[in-house]
Design a protein around this ligand. Structure first.
Ligand code: CA
Length: 287
């Protein structure tokens, strides 16, 4: 081997060494789309604020529903737990039921002419007449109560784990369970829920994210990242994002949080890729 050949060979070895050393950094740079690095292949969608509404800063929101011009809200904390009907434009509480101090109110949902409200650790759910707020009956369930929603046939309940439970709206017995996961495995902390357009939306405690869940498989088909929703002047004293409501007639999505001063109507260009929708119907309504 001549001296020049050795020199050329040496350069090649050096270049290969340099390439291999830098490869991880080059790859990281290419794949770092911010959110993409953390969530793998599950798409992350952002949001646009359409409008904000006043919200009671003392309301430790644990459940939120919209129907026919009004919000229905369940609040938590011992001694402060309520079920309330709220006028969106003013934030005024039009009707309210206070829970006994030993109950910590959790999620609520409307099903037919009734409203169900969970409690955190008391293992009891309350069922009210939707109009009068009269207590109709109670039901019990094992474990903790966090969020609840209704898909038109079944009540869907979260308990802070990665498992959703489906209950009969007639006798509140468990019909089935569903493990919720993304591409990295089970996703725990499923909190306030809302069923809309074939998907279950879930606040993931204690994050700024909403998981969009395929109720047939448990797969999270999309994330909505709500980081930065509250302005600097509004964040003082607030707790986490919690509260999703959907106006099916007006196709409006509302979100709020515990002790938040505002409820936001938001839009997101989400495409949940649910079976049957082919990502079109659900996506169009959010554009
Ligand atoms: Ca809800």
């Amino acid at each position: 081997m001549s001296r020049d050949m050795w020199k050329q060979g040496g350069n090649a070895v050096w270049l290969i060494f340099l390439y291999l050393t830098l490869l991880p950094f080059l790859s990281w740079g290419q794949s770092d789309g911010g959110e993409g690095l953390n969530t793998g292949r599950t798409p992350v969608y952002h949001y646009r604020v359409i409008r904000s509404y006043p919200h009671d800063r003392r309301a430790f929101t644990q459940g939120l529903v919209y129907e026919r011009g009004f919000f229905y809200e369940g609040t938590g904390l011992h001694g402060h737990s309520t079920l309330r009907k709220v006028e969106p434009v003013s934030g005024r509480v039009l009707k309210e039921v206070k829970l006994a101090p030993y109950y910590f109110g959790e999620g609520i949902t409307i099903f037919g002419d009734r409203i169900a409200q969970l409690t955190w650790k008391s293992r009891v759910g309350f069922v009210y007449d939707k109009t009068s707020f009269d207590l109709l009956h109670r039901f019990s369930y094992p474990g903790e109560g966090w969020g609840i929603t209704y898909d038109g046939q079944r009540l869907i309940m979260s308990d802070g784990t990665s498992v959703l439970r489906f209950l009969s709206p007639r006798n509140y017995r468990e019909i089935s369970t569903l493990g919720v996961h993304d591409e990295r495995g089970p996703v725990t902390g499923l909190n306030e829920l809302e069923y809309l357009q074939g998907a279950v939306y879930a606040n993931v405690w204690p994050t700024d994210r909403i998981a969009v869940i395929d109720p047939a498989t448990g797969r999270i088909t999309a994330w909505i990242d709500l980081k930065g929703l509250l302005g600097k002047t509004d964040v003082r004293g607030v707790d986490v994002l919690n509260g999703i409501a959907y106006d099916a007639r007006g196709d409006r999505l509302f979100v709020t949080g515990k002790l938040w001063p505002k409820v936001f109507e938001i839009r997101s260009a989400i495409r949940p890729h649910l079976p049957g929708t082919k990502g079109s119907k659900a996506a169009e309504s959010f554009r």
